[in-house]
Write a protein that binds this ligand. Structure first.
Ligand SMILES: *[C@@H]1O[C@H](CO)[C@@H](O)[C@H](O)[C@H]1NC(C)=O
Ligand SMILES: *[C@@H]1O[C@H](CO)[C@@H](O)[C@H](O)[C@H]1NC(C)=O
Ligand SMILES: *[C@@H]1O[C@H](CO)[C@@H](O)[C@H](O)[C@H]1NC(C)=O
Ligand SMILES: *[C@@H]1O[C@H](CO)[C@@H](O)[C@H](O)[C@H]1NC(C)=O
Ligand SMILES: *[C@@H]1O[C@H](CO)[C@@H](O)[C@H](O)[C@H]1NC(C)=O
Ligand SMILES: *[C@@H]1O[C@H](CO)[C@@H](O)[C@H](O)[C@H]1NC(C)=O
Ligand SMILES: *[C@@H]1O[C@H](CO)[C@@H](O)[C@H](O)[C@H]1NC(C)=O
Ligand SMILES: *[C@@H]1O[C@H](CO)[C@@H](O)[C@H](O)[C@H]1NC(C)=O
Length: 605
């Protein structure tokens, strides 16, 4: 889909030439003198340089040079107030397209650097993609790539701590990657096996829920969708990264075990966005084998996501977007490991009829490890996807208010991206208190929540969050750890503990907000399919609706808290976390879904 072009009109033969689209003239000796654009003091927390791996500098890399959009604020204002009707990508692009001058300057620079023939315009013409060897990219950016490894998972990437750009591109280029964004990990806690509490008994009010054990039947009774229609329209999307693949045979076994033999809806389609190991396989399937104690590579995230969306959305088509991407360490293949950008670019380039109505993303990173330009660019792409009519649900993180109470040497809670992006719906976690009444869910202590240090508070949650800031007294002891004017999250929550998932042929128990996101998203898809069936559009960007009309369709969670920093999940930590209190709170957001009630509200609008 990439548009190739060869820049014949930029060959520098005249002393001065006009760039198309603007009146300025540049002389041939225009200075592309570079200066350092970005410099990290060291790799982000959790990553270390891996000197044992020699990066093959001849291997190929796809470098994305993202151009500054115009009028993004104007677009944001429109998108925020566009509930129920959706924009086409052409309309969005015509509003925010980068200036011709920006594109032309970058192309001129690439041409001078001898990379014109390796450059192409991205499908929506807002990025220039340079496909070249790592050594060529190193020369272009005056940088050096090396291999870094995640200490917990062994995941490795090829990145750099600093790069340079021509000063003249300031105000024209806002992001160059892969360079300094390391990220992306599943929001699913590493530990698997949860020992059942000895006192657990069947919760008589919620059929299918035994103690804290969660199955599709349990969720269907708890959240009221057991009697939902068998919708067959619409499309439910699941984002998959890091070469995690769902296993079709595990899905079959899951349906047999947990869906009372309802075997008719055990299929999903799959789009492989890059050449991963399952490229060409129509199920993106692998045979589903655990590979020991490492979090990655394994397939529990993919299996969890597909098994629960498949079970909850019943007959609605599901699609798994597999964005592969691996580092070019071994010298084979291309470095396509720029996951969100590639994923969002492909989606935004689809015709509206091919877009999913809802998408669940169970991956994330500490916000502080995501370069600001990268976070802003990705968040703006989410805004566009929402305006196109896609409801986007993201796991809020699994570490309460986070690790060590220190971020870059400053006393601060740890926040999660992309949950902190105001254009997605962040889903926090709850758990079932044992032996209690039907709707007595409590906050799960791992539930990620807090205030963005990067994104300001959006208008849709301003009144609600201000109310909490004024009325909740419990947070005052920890005020110094968060920025009260940031985007607050989670927006909503759902069960996150004790999910039964089939992995490698056997049932395992999983916890994490990775459970909450596909659960909440699937319930939203039921609402979207219902709206589509009656000739309406899908709900699209959910948040303005959730904080107004739909609040009444959520069950407010008022017990429990997420864990503080300076401890481990389940311990109190050095600080307190945030309490679940009446109304919105940063442990459980507005609450958990009540499908029947949400259905009434969504079909009345
Ligand atoms: C770029 O490609 C064109 C067309 O294929 C070719 O004529 C030209 O020599 C190439 N330039 C370089 C610098 O490789
Ligand atoms: C949906 O399909 C299942 C199995 O085919 C059936 O048992 C159930 O009654 C159907 N639900 C509705 C609401 O029609
Ligand atoms: C995928 O691999 C095939 C064959 O190896 C290659 O022709 C194609 O260009 C690759 N596609 C991408 C997007 O890398
Ligand atoms: C596709 O995945 C399925 C499920 O694991 C596997 O059985 C099959 O061999 C794969 N096909 C190819 C062509 O890789
Ligand atoms: C709900 O559970 C909490 C403990 O998490 C308990 O303190 C509270 O009394 C319970 N409420 C009801 C109505 O059972
Ligand atoms: C708090 O967040 C706002 C909005 O994101 C930002 O403008 C401000 O600089 C932040 N303040 C501090 C002290 O970090
Ligand atoms: C947010 O709420 C505060 C206090 O209620 C108010 O002063 C401010 O103007 C509001 N901001 C926006 C953008 O609505
Ligand atoms: C809320 O409901 C009212 C009345 O049905 C409707 O006019 C309005 O557009 C809705 N607002 C949102 C944000 O859903």
């Amino acid at each position: 889909m990439l548009l190739k072009f060869f820049l014949v009109f930029f060959v520098l033969t005249s002393t001065s030439f006009a760039l198309p689209g603007n009146g300025k003239h540049y002389s041939r000796d225009v200075s592309f003198k570079t200066s350092i654009r970005e410099k990290l003091a060291g790799p982000p927390t959790g990553w270390v340089q891996d000197p044992s791996v020699n990066v093959d500098k001849n291997s190929m890399m796809s470098l994305r040079i993202h151009l500054v959009h115009q009028d993004m604020d104007k677009f944001h204002e429109l998108a925020m107030n566009f509930y129920g009707s959706h924009l086409s990508q052409q309309v969005i692009d015509s509003m925010i397209a980068p200036k011709d001058e920006s594109r032309n300057l970058v192309l001129q620079w690439l041409n001078i650097e001898g990379l014109g023939n390796y450059s192409s315009l991205s499908a929506r013409a807002d990025s220039i993609i340079v496909k070249a060897s790592i050594s060529q990219i190193e020369k272009l950016l005056n940088t050096e790539y090396s291999s870094f490894v995640r200490t917990d998972s062994g995941q490795s990437v090829v990145r750099t701590l600093e790069y340079s750009l021509p000063s003249v591109l300031k105000g024209h280029v806002d992001m160059v990657q892969p360079t300094t964004f390391f990220g992306l990990r599943p929001q699913r806690s590493g530990a698997r096996i949860i020992k059942p509490n000895s006192f657990e008994t069947e919760n008589s009010n919620v059929a299918g829920c035994v103690g804290t054990t969660v199955t599709p039947e349990c969720l269907s009774n708890l959240y009221g969708f057991a009697t939902a229609k068998n919708y067959t329209n619409g499309l439910m999307g699941i984002a998959g990264f890091l070469e995690e693949y769902p296993s079709p045979s595990d899905l079959t076994k899951f349906m047999t075990t947990f869906m009372q033999g309802r075997m008719e809806h055990q299929t999903y389609s799959c789009i492989e966005l890059h050449n991963g190991t399952a490229a060409g396989n129509t199920t993106c399937g692998i045979s589903g084998v655990e590979t020991g104690s490492k979090i990655i590579p394994d397939y529990s995230e993919a299996n969890l996501d597909v098994q629960y969306t498949r079970a909850i959305t019943k007959a609605i088509p599901n699609i798994y977007y597999s964005t592969a991407g691996r580092p070019p360490i071994l010298g084979t293949g291309e470095n396509t490991n720029e996951p969100y950008l590639d994923f969002l670019d492909v989606l935004l380039n689809l015709p509206s009829a091919s877009l999913p109505n809802t998408i669940s993303i169970s991956y994330g990173d500490d916000e502080s490890t995501v370069p600001l330009d990268y976070a802003t660019t990705v968040c703006n792409l989410f805004a566009q996807l929402g305006a196109r009519g896609v409801s986007i649900l993201v796991a809020s993180g699994d570490s309460g208010v986070g690790g060590s109470c220190l971020v870059n040497g400053k006393a601060q809670f740890t926040t999660a991206f992309p949950a902190s992006c105001p254009w997605v719906t962040a889903v926090g976690g709850t758990t079932l208190a044992t032996g209690q009444t039907k709707y007595n869910e409590t906050a799960w202590d791992g539930s990620g929540g807090g205030f963005s240090e990067v994104f300001g508070r959006p208008s849709y949650q301003n009144a609600t969050v201000n109310k909490w800031l004024v009325s909740d007294k419990t947070h005052q002891a920890v005020n110094l750890y968060f920025n009260q004017s940031g985007r607050a999250y989670p927006d909503v929550s759902a069960q996150s503990y004790g999910f039964q998932v089939v992995i490698g042929g056997s049932t395992e128990t999983i916890y994490g907000t990775s459970c909450a996101s596909p659960t909440f998203a699937s319930i939203i898809q039921l609402l979207n399919s219902d709206r589509l069936a009656s000739g309406k559009t899908g709900l699209g960007f959910l948040n303005p609706w959730l904080y107004s009309n739909a609040t009444a369709g959520l069950t407010d969670i008022t017990n429990g808290a997420n864990s503080g920093c300076g401890g481990t999940i389940g311990s109190a930590g050095t600080t307190a976390g945030f309490q679940a209190v009446p109304g919105w709170d940063p442990a459980t957001g507005l609450g958990t879904p009540n499908f029947q009630s949400l259905l009434k509200i969504s079909s009345a609008t």
